[in-house]
Design a protein around this ligand. Structure first.
Ligand SMILES: Cc1cc2nc3c(=O)[nH]c(=O)nc-3n(C[C@H](O)[C@H](O)[C@H](O)COP(=O)(O)O)c2cc1C
Length: 335
């Protein structure tokens, strides 16, 4: 009997299969399907601070409408309508998902102001989330902002949220730091219980007919897996935190790879959108079959066995691999 259990953010999970934030985790009906198909935990779609600010402006605008036109309107209080704002919806989803599911529910927050991060992190925790994922989406486009400034901002944010909530906190980071390994270590020292590698930054394109900038959302392919695979292999055993692979997990072989590299869990959004929640059953069965074939009894046994933990100098290792691969390619083409 293969033991698929794993630990993520201090939570005991039945398997390493986690449905990451996306449309399927935003509705109770699909959350239940994800659980039935084998998700060991779910990450709800992020609560975006901009949406909250926008919604509260709208509520304010509606309540204020007409108060300037007629003096008597200043004392007139309309029947308060029920506003279903993004924070209400997300907080309700957290509570309802907790009540409906047996698996851990991880809430996700994308703040923009320091106060917003702290306040909404607290609200999501109070709503019953088992853990919190900080979806930090920051494109450092200001020429005056240095990489040290960006890292300091991340550090400040993690420290502040860590102080504000008692539940485990994961940080979903981008792959674009000058020194990813150092930043990861600093965030863990600041209190992050886990890192999600990586956040996917959507990249704009240009429409050559209309000359407009096109913002399209492309789902990932298996090729995206290489990025989390490398960094998980590097970080495994070097930082004291859970590691989640996000980006390009489409098949059970991809799950096996990220676990071998050292991930505690494999997250998936695009593949589940393409193939439906039931893909999770296929991922679990395929993982079990692969483990049986390769004589692994448990996820714990296989985790990190192809990491860079035993590599004394990962920088030299990466460079040597680069030189070797370029040489081999060139030699093959010359012949
Ligand atoms: C339609 C869509 C919506 C997403 N919404 C969120 C979100 O609300 N918060 C978040 O942190 N990530 C979000 N993501 C990113 C995914 O959680 C995931 O990190 C990313 O898609 C890479 O994983 P994948 O290759 O399995 O898709 C979204 C992705 C997609 C495709």
């Amino acid at each position: 009997m293969i033991d698929l259990s794993t630990r993520y953010l201090g939570l005991e999970l039945a398997s390493p299969l986690v449905a990451s934030a996306g449309p399927l985790t935003g509705r109770l009906e699909t959350l239940a399907r994800l659980e039935d198909a084998g998700a060991a935990a779910v990450v709800l779609p992020s609560l975006f601070e901009e949406e909250i600010v926008e919604a509260s402006r709208e509520v304010h605008r509606v309540l204020e409408a007409g108060t300037e036109s007629f003096p008597e309107a200043l004392t007139y209080l309309p029947e308060p309508p029920s506003y279903d704002t993004p924070p209400d919806r997300t907080l309700r989803l957290v509570a309802e998902a907790k009540a409906a599911l047996r698996i851990p529910v991880i809430a996700s927050l994308n703040g923009s102001s320091r106060g917003g991060w702290i306040r909404y992190a607290g609200e999501l925790a109070d709503a019953g989330a088992d853990a919190l994922e900080l979806n930090v989406y920051h494109v450092a486009a200001d020429v005056e902002t240095s990489s040290a400034d960006v890292e300091a901002r991340y550090l400040d944010l993690v420290t502040a949220v860590r102080d504000a909530v008692d539940i485990p906190v994961a940080v979903k980071i981008p792959p674009f730091f000058t020194s990813t390994a150092h930043t990861a270590m600093v965030l863990v020292k600041a209190g992050a219980d886990g890192l999600v590698l990586f956040n996917r930054f959507y990249q704009p394109d240009i429409d050559l007919e209309t000359l407009e900038v096109r913002h399209s959302l492309d789902l990932s392919t298996r090729a995206s897996l290489r990025l989390p695979l490398r960094w998980i292999a590097i970080l495994y055993g070097r930082i004291d935190a859970s590691l989640a692979a996000s980006g390009g997990v489409h098949t059970s072989r991809d799950v096996a790879k990220v676990l071998l590299a050292g991930a505690d869990v494999a997250m998936s959004t695009s593949a589940l959108l393409l193939r439906g929640p039931e893909l999770l059953t296929e991922l679990r069965d395929g993982l079990v079959a692969w483990m049986e074939e390769h004589d692994y009894d448990s996820v714990a046994q296989l985790r990190g066995s192809v990491s860079q933990r035993a590599v004394p100098d990962p920088e030299a290792f990466e460079r040597a691999s680069y030189v070797r691969i370029i040489r081999r390619y060139t030699d093959e083409w010359v012949l």
